[in-house]
Design a protein around this ligand. Structure first.
Ligand SMILES: NC(=O)c1ccc[n+]([C@@H]2O[C@H](COP(=O)([O-])OP(=O)(O)OC[C@H]3O[C@@H](n4cnc5c(N)ncnc54)[C@H](O)[C@@H]3O)[C@@H](O)[C@H]2O)c1
Ligand SMILES: [Zn+2]
Length: 366
């Protein structure tokens, strides 16, 4: 078995990310040595529960874990206080104690809600992440951020809380809808652009195999992304500095998502367009070579990501700029950007003149 491991070094709260294939049906074995109790609750959404709950429970039962299960309707709309409240009620009914554990079986939505429940129930209980989307395996399950949405905005209530283990079984990606896979790839390419030129080259060379879900390639890709995210977040656990680099393309992406109404563009699609606009800004402000912007654009097209905005879907450049000024990450209404010097090296906290921002966005509207 090809089992890869990334250690996230956070002193007393360090944990491992295991990456490979056929890991889900051995989850009991992996949990055996790291959990202080035999009692827990497995939580998934309606899709991941239907697909993977049984395998998970059978493996846990083999190791004498007593695990009950709970699920909610799939989708971002469920990442709210009502569902979190129902989950707390279930945990109370099940009489979980402070050593009992939670398992999050799903994409970022499940990971975020279950992580927040684990962070807060009885002031914190152990939890395990089993990310089932590419986005969750390379991004949301690593770094310790948990959250729910409020009607007034995404991820407004949350906590920093680390899991005891993350289990990335790349085989689970085989049932993922194509659009979700492609969405995750936008984040994968982001790591190459901001942190690792060799990784970007590797992705370009192997993209056909990655899109065909070759397990050894997926294992390599997920592992490298986890290493990169873990190293950045371990150095800056609560996002006061370098971690901001991971927001490359995201200031613009969030504005695109807000203005177009969530759902028109997936998060990854918005990130792809946001990344290209950030590259354009970098050409003027950081000397980023235009040929590199073209290279990234061609690569996104090959992956199946959009590289421009449809004018009817984003109202106006004004509305995008306004959304950026209202973003919760904005300092005093002035959006900050992550820009790139060249592929593999980025700088955070950059200010961009509004006129340049407008001009660069306009270039991407078709
Ligand atoms: N905590 C963080 O650091 C962090 C980082 C990035 C994103 N996020 C959050 O993650 C969420 C997005 O995560 P996501 O893209 O994984 O979305 P998601 O969890 O909604 O999953 C997408 C869809 O795929 C389905 N699905 C999941 N795994 C599947 C599988 N293996 N086979 C078939 N279908 C499957 C889900 O049921 C859902 O319908 C957002 O809420 C975002 O805010 C959090
Ligand atoms: Zn993202």
């Amino acid at each position: 078995m090809n089992l890869e491991k990334v250690c996230v070094d956070l002193k007393t709260r360090s944990y491992n990310i295991l990456i490979g294939q056929n890991l889900l049906n051995q989850i009991g074995l992996f949990c055996r040595s790291i959990l202080p109790s035999q009692k827990g609750v497995l939580i998934g959404d309606s899709n991941t529960t239907a697909l993977y709950k049984e395998d998970c429970l059978i493996s846990l039962l083999k190791e004498n874990f007593h695990v009950s299960s709970w699920q909610f309707q799939a989708g971002e709309k469920s990442k709210n206080l009502t569902i979190l409240g129902r989950l707390y009620d279930f945990l109370a009914e099940e009489k979980l104690d402070r050593k009992s554990f939670l398992i999050a079986l799903g994409g970022g939505v499940v990971g975020d809600i279950v992580g927040l429940a684990a962070a807060t129930y009885l002031r914190g209980i152990p939890f395990i992440q089993v990310p089932t989307t590419l986005l969750a395996q390379v991004d949301s399950s690593v770094g310790g951020k948990t959250a729910i949405d409020l009607p007034s905005g995404k991820n407004l209530v949350g906590a920093f809380y680390q899991p005891n283990l993350v289990l990335c079984d790349v085989n689970l990606l085989k049932t993922l809808p194509r659009r979700e896979l492609i969405c995750g790839l936008a984040e994968v390419v982001k790591y190459g652009i901001i942190l690792d030129r060799d990784f970007f080259d590797f992705l370009e060379t192997h993209i056909e195999g990655i899109l065909a879900l070759e397990t050894s390639l997926l294992t390599t890709v997920v592992k490298r992304c986890c290493e990169l995210k873990a190293s950045v977040t371990a150095a800056d656990e609560t996002e006061t500095g370098k971690r901001a680099i991971l927001n490359f393309g995201h200031t613009i992406a969030h504005a695109i998502e807000v203005v177009s109404g969530y759902g028109k563009y997936t998060h990854g699609e918005a990130v792809a367009i946001g990344s290209l606009i950030a590259c354009k800004l970098s050409e003027t402000l950081m000397g980023f070579p235009p040929a590199e912007t073209e290279r990234i654009e061609k690569f996104f097209i090959k992956i199946g990501l959009p590289v421009s905005l449809v004018s009817t879907e984003i109202r106006s450049v004004d509305s995008l700029v306004l959304a950026m000024q209202n973003d919760k990450k904005t300092l005093a209404g002035i959006p900050r950007f992550v820009l790139v010097q060249h592929i593999g090296e980025a700088k955070f906290g950059c200010q961009v003149p509004e006129s340049l921002l407008r001009k660069s966005i306009e270039e991407f509207i078709r």
